[in-house]
Design a protein around this ligand. Structure first.
Ligand SMILES: Cc1cc2nc3c(=O)[nH]c(=O)nc-3n(C[C@H](O)[C@H](O)[C@H](O)COP(=O)(O)OP(=O)(O)OC[C@H]3O[C@@H](n4cnc5c(N)ncnc54)[C@H](O)[C@@H]3O)c2cc1C
Length: 495
């Protein structure tokens, strides 16, 4: 009853648990799948950090703020960029291996919208998987951390305005009550609310739903980032990412008749910023007329072996085929509103990583800042919980699960409803939004909610968050960052 509960084993959850344990606390760490199931494990790019010669936290901050389209919190950004290097050094101390040059120094890569080369990678495009492997080893070996896989948090328990625990389900759907003075949500993304997403199956917005139901504030949920080029084969979920480096190497975006349509949107064509390309692809993808053509790129399969393996699984090859693409829901900038220590607006609750809204991304995320945010704010949350446990130790009383807390099947009955929700979210609440489309989506989501079978609470939770995103997107009558209204194409000023 004195142990804090950390929920989720992506970079943010693993780091929070480790920090708490390093501060001397016993910790319970639960995750609904296995350690391999997280957005973190899929991260292909790398981590942005200002550590190279000629770079500085101030330059990194300037790029982050420019990407945020006016909505980043400069203080949160300052925390991110100044504390980032120390977290990376600590990560190295825990055994993480980042790619190094012949002289043994870290190699820093350049990415779009970064003014300096500051992206570090592990094993090329396996950064996320390598991070999870390193941190999993640390967490599994730590005597103060109890790791429970296949344990899904269903809801938080609040008494007298304070979180005092959670109801956790095992793989059979049996509920257990866990009393704790502190819950750290590190539940990751919301991509699975959309039909086309790069996020794995665990990214079902659980943290947002759980926190909101308990009374915590969510903020900026309408700001979502869509990756312009995911391989689009109906029924393949998640949609495999076709890295932007392919376009960097000269691949084209074309219609079936070979026209390079991104030039209609921007003179930089395929090399225009991510959101411009995503919008150009979105319009065409709705008609099934968007393809990535890399056939003319010299030795393309040899230069992109990871992507070649990925497309080969679907009978395609970079060297010989046009690859059907669509933009895919990729990253959520908003989330559970927190302060600089990761504390949510509800006492006893912290939120870290992608499920949190710390203020560092504003309306749009600078590429490769999310893994860094996961480290920096998870560390702060761990320290903050540690301080609370030390300075104001509190014992919480036990409680029992409610009769309807278990999960004995009704969610399966809602599978068609979830499919319909995902379809309409991609169509009406995706890359291109209008008043009409959003209003229709809200009505359709309400109809779907009315049809949810009794007891299918996870379906109901997803619909509630989907409706919230649609409502906030309709209320924001402007285009800013990841939120594009075709009927309000400009940003409002002042912010
Ligand atoms: C394909 C892809 C590539 C990316 N590439 C990069 C990149 O190169 N650089 C970068 O900075 N970012 C990248 N991102 C984004 C980045 O990976 C994520 O933002 C980041 O990993 C999120 O970490 P997290 O710890 O917050 O959440 P996650 O890594 O998503 O982990 C969430 C955890 O919570 C668990 N969970 C969820 N709900 C529950 C529940 N109810 N009960 C118990 N457990 C639960 C999940 O199972 C999971 O373990 C990429 C994302 C994707 C999808």
């Amino acid at each position: 009853m004195h142990r804090p509960l950390v929920v989720g084993t992506g970079i943010a959850g693993l780091w929070s648990a480790w920090r708490l344990a390093a501060e001397g606390h016993d910790v319970r760490l639960v995750t609904k799948g296995t350690l391999e199931d997280s957005n973190t494990a899929w991260a292909q790019g790398g981590i942005a950090v200002a550590m190279d010669v000629g770079d500085s936290p101030a330059l990194h901050a300037a790029d982050t703020i420019a990407a945020s389209d006016g909505l980043a919190d400069p203080i949160a950004v300052d925390v991110l960029v100044t504390e980032g290097p120390d977290r990376i050094r600590e990560l190295l101390g825990l055994g993480a291996q980042f790619d190094r040059g012949p002289d043994g120094a870290l190699v820093f890569g350049l990415e779009a919208a970064h003014s300096r080369a500051r992206i570090i990678h592990s094993e090329g495009d396996r950064t996320g998987a390598a991070l999870v492997a390193t941190l999993s080893k640390v967490v599994r070996a730590h005597p103060k951390i109890e790791l429970i896989e296949e344990a899904r948090v269903r809801r938080l328990v609040v008494q007298d305005g304070r979180v005092v625990g959670a109801i956790v389900l095992n793989v059979e759907g049996e509920p257990t009550a866990i009393a704790t003075p502190a819950v750290v949500l590190a539940t990751g993304g919301v991509g699975q609310l959309f039909e086309i997403t790069t996020n794995p199956s665990v990214a079902t917005a659980d943290g947002w739903a759980i926190a909101q139901a308990a009374g915590a504030e969510l903020h900026h949920v309408e700001f979502l980032q869509f990756h312009p080029t995911a391989l689009h084969i109906p029924g393949i979920n998640p949609a495999p990412l076709l890295t932007e480096a392919l376009r960097g190497a000269g691949a084209w975006l074309v219609g079936a008749n070979g026209d390079r349509f991104t030039f209609e949107a921007d003179p930089r064509g395929e090399l225009a910023p991510r959101d411009i390309v995503a919008r150009a692809v979105a319009g065409r993808a709705l008609r099934g007329d968007a393809f990535l053509d890399a056939r003319h790129v010299a030795d393309v399969a040899g230069r992109f072996p990871g992507v070649e393996v990925l497309v080969a699984r679907h009978g395609l090859s970079l060297a010989t085929d046009l690859l059907p693409v669509a933009p895919a829901m990729h990253y959520a900038m908003g989330g559970i509103r927190t302060d600089l220590d990761g504390a949510a607006t509800l006492p006893g609750l912290w939120a870290v990583g992608e499920c949190a809204q710390t203020g560092v991304h504003g309306a749009n995320r600078l590429a490769s800042n999310s893994l860094l945010e996961g480290l920096v704010f998870a560390d702060r949350a761990g320290r903050s919980v540690s301080r609370m446990l030390t300075e104001q130790p509190r014992r919480v009383s036990s409680f029992a699960p409610a009769p309807n807390d278990g999960d004995h099947g009704p969610d399966a009955l809602g599978a068609d409803i979830v499919r319909a929700m995902r379809r309409l979210m991609t169509r009406d609440v995706g890359v291109l939004r209008t008043e009409h489309g959003l209003a229709e989506a809200e009505v359709a989501l309400a109809d779907l909610r009315a049809a949810v079978p009794e007891g299918a609470w996870h379906v109901a939770d997803q619909l509630r968050i989907a409706a919230l995103i649609a409502r906030e997107a309709r209320r924001r009558r402007e285009s800013r960052g990841g939120h594009r209204r075709t009927d309000f194409p400009n940003p409002r000023t002042p912010v």
